[in-house]
Structures are given as structure tokens and as C-alpha cells.
Design a protein around this ligand. Structure first.
Ligand code: GDP
Ligand code: IMO
Ligand code: MG
Length: 444
């Protein structure tokens, strides 16, 4: 199956990294197609935990190309840190390739991200403050600086100059605001605008990043075509998830890219008919980092149980993830948006010990109407309350299960209920963070 897209079906952190690493064994290339280092993808191999923000989750397979596609926004400092971390762990990363057309996250994007969040105050989105939104905005404004520009000092300097000019005013406002907030004791030093934000030092820093990244920079769309045309499997690894999609998610509480399967084509440079399968990754419950609507969120001891047992803290920012029951209304929506062909359900082990497992199968509007579909209107979604079906829980520790027959019948019933309700098979269930902690589920 040459083209396989892997996407998140909730609000991120479903375990895409682990499943990508698992499925990568049958692929020849693994390609990130959107997002940036707002992502945090965790892989556990032989007890060692790896956290990747920009590097595709196939990197531990040293015989496969790992590609950062044109649709990704790249903070080159972060990318180099990740490469250095891999080298320290004895991984050469010589299989890494970076698109010459990918846009760069610049220091002013990171500052603007913070400035925008501060400006919004209580209405802030809770971004990762990695500069994602401002970098994509500059791309759309045609003020972006691309990876290929790192290799030409004259062009780089000119482009930074043009981009900086329009940023100075917003950043001055940040500076003033920061000083005011600091006086009131509300802002820590990490939000200080960096004094080195001048044309010369940014250019020098980025030229040195370019020098180090040069061996990895290439035409990655062509690389994908070569692999696909030769009949080899290419995995397109999504970051974030459907409900964080800029167009289809819970706007404005979303990220600034399109984390759905259709975007793999644009963000990697392949055509829709290159995609043969779409795998949706769904956590057995739901989590969300940052602000925005979350109908099945729990503010009780069950939510705390999920948070503690699932170690639900952001991989990128360390923020606690909000937790709640599995939302099948939202899942059905994500499945349709992505036209998902199969699901992998992760973290089922976390639900062990709960006497009842609830799944939301519809919402109720404040007027009492039953909503079977995910509401497109934000004020309806904000006030929707979930209607649940209760299923019996299981108490067994399932982390050692490797075969379907070893799972408790209640766990299997939960899997079957979800698959039947959403009409897509669950092919794989995660029972722990480890590479081998999976159970393949027989097709219905
Ligand atoms: P991603 O962003 O979708 O790649 O997910 P993250 O890596 O941010 O978060 C998923 C977390 O759950 C990581 O710490 C994984 O190691 C862990 N994980 C993945 N699958 C499972 C599973 O089946 N069970 C348990 N207990 N943990 C899992
Ligand atoms: P992975 O790939 C979970 C969230 C942020 C915030 C919103 C916008 O690990 O699943 P941004 O910095 O992108 O402008 O923030 O999106 N967010 C994520 N939440 N997992 C992620 O990535 C996320 N990437 C962004 O918390 O609410
Ligand atoms: Mg994550």
C-alpha cells in the first residue's frame, strides 16, 4: 500500500508517534507534512523515551528516509537540537531530508506568538508559543523565509530585512506591555524580547544553521514521487489532529495548519490518488491542551484518574492536558473529514480500573434538541452537553496482553462498540507506551 496517511482524530497527543514508528517498519519513507515544533511525538524503544518535535517518528529506522515536507514550518535551531540529541543517542540521522521549500520559524515569530497571546488575555488560545501561527501567516503574506534561503547570504539578509520591518511595531508594543506586566509581577523573564533581535545577528545565526542543515536539504516532493512510483510505501505522518484543524477544527482554538489527511498532498507535494489508506489514531478517552470547547471534559476524580494514570502532560510544553470521556460525535466527524480507512485505539490500558466506561454518542443543545452531528456553529458547540452510553469497565491490567484473546471481554466490547458506532474498523489497540505493547484486532 504505497501511500498511507496517519492522522490524529481528536485534539492531538493520541499516540501518533508510537503508531508511526510501528507502521514505519514496512515503509521506505516517513514524511511530516504540516505543523512544526508545536508537535511532541513520543516513542519508547527498549525502555528509552524519545521525544520528537520536528523529526519524523520513523527516524529510529535508519534505513528509511525521514522527510520534513514543504508544508512544515521549521525552527532550524530546534531541528539542530533534535539532530544533536539523536547523535548523542548514537543515531546518525543521515536518513533525514528537509524540504528546500519549507518555511522557517524566525525569532520574531516566536515573540509575536507570545505578544498575540498576551494581547488576548483571558481569551488567549493557549498556543505552544513556538511561533507557529505567525510563521504560517508570513507564508500566506508571502513574507516568509524558506529553508533554501538559508543557503544564500544575500537573499537571506534581504528577506529578513523586509520581514523585520513590518514586525518592529508589534514587537515594540510587546516590549512596552511586557514592562508594564512585569511591574505588576505577572510576566517572567522568559517572555522578554530577545535583545539580539537585529538584522545582523539573526542573519549570522540563520546562516550558521543553514551551513549545518545543508546536507539534509533537498527536493523532498521528488523523493516522495520516486518512492511511490517504485511501489514503495510512504507514510505521511500528521501532527496535531482534526479538531485542531485551521478550517475544520474548533476555530479559533486551533493550530494554524491543516492536520487532516487531505493536507498530506499539499504538504508533501503528492496527488490525492497517491494516498491508498488513512489511519486515524484515537485515544481510548479524550485529552486537550490549551483553551477551547471540549464537551466531554471531566472535572472530577475520573478525569484526575485519566490524567494521573495516562501521564497526561504536554510533550512540548509540559502543561497538564484536560481529560474526558471518548467523544464519538467528534470522532465520527474526524473520521469523515479524513475518510479514515482504519483506526488505531491507543491507551486502552489507562481505562482499566474504572467500573463504568462512558462514550458520548450525541450532544444536547441548551434548548433540548438532540445533536447527532458535530455542530459547525461555535456557540452551539460551546453550549452542547454530551449524552452518554455507559459500558461496563474492566479491572485487569492489560499492559501485558498481546493477543486479542487475552483482552477482557469488557475491553473487547468497548472496542467493538466504538468501531460499530463510527463504522470504521479498529485494527490495533495500544496497551502501553512500549513499541511491542499492542494488540492487533481481527477484522469484523
Ligand atoms: P502524539 O503527539 O500523538 O505522538 O502523542 P504524544 O507522544 O504527545 O502522547 C502520547 C503519550 O502516550 C506518549 O507519552 C506515549 O508514550 C504514550 N502512549 C502511546 N500509546 C500508548 C498506549 O497504548 N498506552 C499508554 N499507556 N501510553 C501510550
Ligand atoms: P501533537 O502533534 C496537542 C494546540 C495548542 C493550542 C493550539 C494552538 O503532539 O499532537 P499552536 O502552538 O499550534 O499555535 O497552538 O493547538 N496544539 C497541540 N495540542 N498536541 C499537539 O501536537 C499540539 N500542537 C498544537 O495547545 O491549544
Ligand atoms: Mg503530542
Amino acid at each position: 500500500m504505497p501511500g498511507l496517511v496517519i492522522v490524529g482524530t481528536q485534539w492531538g497527543d493520541e499516540g501518533k508517534g508510537k503508531i508511526t514508528d510501528l507502521l514505519a517498519k514496512d515503509a521506505s519513507a516517513i514524511v511530516r507534512f504540516q505543523g512544526g515544533n508545536n508537535a511532541g511525538h513520543t516513542i519508547v524503544r527498549d525502555g528509552v523515551e524519545y521525544k520528537f518535535h520536528l523529526i519524523p517518528s520513523g527516524i529510529l529506522h535508519e534505513d528509511k528516509y525521514c522527510v520534513i515536507g514543504n508544508g512544515v514550518v521549521v525552527d532550524p535551531r530546534v531541528l539542530l537540537e533534535e539532530i544533536d540529541g539523536l547523535h548523542k543517542a548514537g543515531i546518525a540521522a543521515s536518513n533525514l531530508r528537509v524540504s528546500a521549500n519549507a518555511h522557517l520559524i524566525m525569532p520574531y515569530h516566536v515573540l509575536l506568538d507570545t505578544a498575540d497571546e498576551l494581547k488576548l488575555g483571558k481569551l488567549s488560545i493557549g498556543t505552544t508559543r513556538r511561533g507557529i501561527g505567525p510563521a504560517y501567516a508570513d507564508k500566506a503574506l508571502r513574507l516568509g523565509i524558506r529553508v533554501q534561503d538559508l543557503l544564500d547570504e544575500k537573499i537571506l539578509r534581504k528577506k529578513i530585512m523586509a520581514a523585520l520591518e513590518s514586525k518592529q511595531q508589534a514587537l515594540r508594543a510587546l516590549s512596552v506591555r511586557r514592562r508594564k506586566l512585569q511591574k505588576e509581577g505577572e510576566v517572567s523573564d522568559e517572555h522578554l524580547p530577545d535583545d539580539r533581535l537585529d538584522l545582523h545577528s539573526i542573519t549570522e545565526d540563520y546562516l550558521s544553521y543553514g551551513h549545518r542543515l545543508e546536507p539534509y536539504i533537498t527536493d523532498t516532493a521528488k523523493l516522495c514521487w520516486n518512492e511511490l512510483d517504485a511501489g514503495r510505501t510512504v507514510i505521511f505522518e500528521g501532527a496535531q489532529a482534526a479538531l485542531l484543524d485551521l478550517d475544520h477544527g474548533t476555530y479559533p482554538f486551533v493550530t494554524s495548519s491543516n492536520p487532516i489527511a487531505g493536507a498530506a498532498c499539499v504538504g508533501a507535494g503528492v496527488g490525492p490518488t497517491d494516498i491508498d489508506q488513512v489511519w486515524g489514531i484515537v485515544k481510548a478517552y479524550t485529552t486537550r491542551v490549551g483553551a477551547g470547547p471540549f464537551p466531554t471534559e471531566l472535572h472530577d476524580e475520573v478525569g484526575e484518574y485519566m490524567s494521573a494514570k495516562g501521564h497526561e502532560f504536554g510533550t512540548t510544553t509540559g502543561r497538564p492536558r484536560r481529560c474526558g470521556w471518548l467523544d464519538l460525535v467528534a470522532l465520527k466527524y474526524a473520521i469523515r473529514l479524513n475518510r479514515t480507512s482504519a483506526l488505531a485505539m491507543t491507551k486502552l490500558d489507562v481505562l482499566s480500573g474504572l467500573p463504568t466506561l462512558r462514550v458520548a454518542t450525541s450532544y444536547r443543545s441548551p434548548e433540548g434538541a438532540e445533536l447527532k452531528d458535530f455542530p459547525y456553529h461555535q456557540s452551539i458547540l460551546h453550549h452542547a452537553t454530551p449524552e452518554y452510553v455507559d459500558l461496563p469497565g474492566f479491572s485487569e491490567d492489560i499492559s501485558e496482553c498481546r493477543e486479542q484473546s487475552e483482552l477482557p471481554s469488557e475491553a473487547l466490547d468497548y472496542i467493538r462498540f466504538v468501531a460499530d458506532f463510527v463504522g470504521v474498523p479498529i485494527a490495533l489497540v495500544g496497551v502501553g507506551p512500549g513499541h511491542d505493547q499492542n494488540v492487533w484486532i481481527d477484522p469484523p
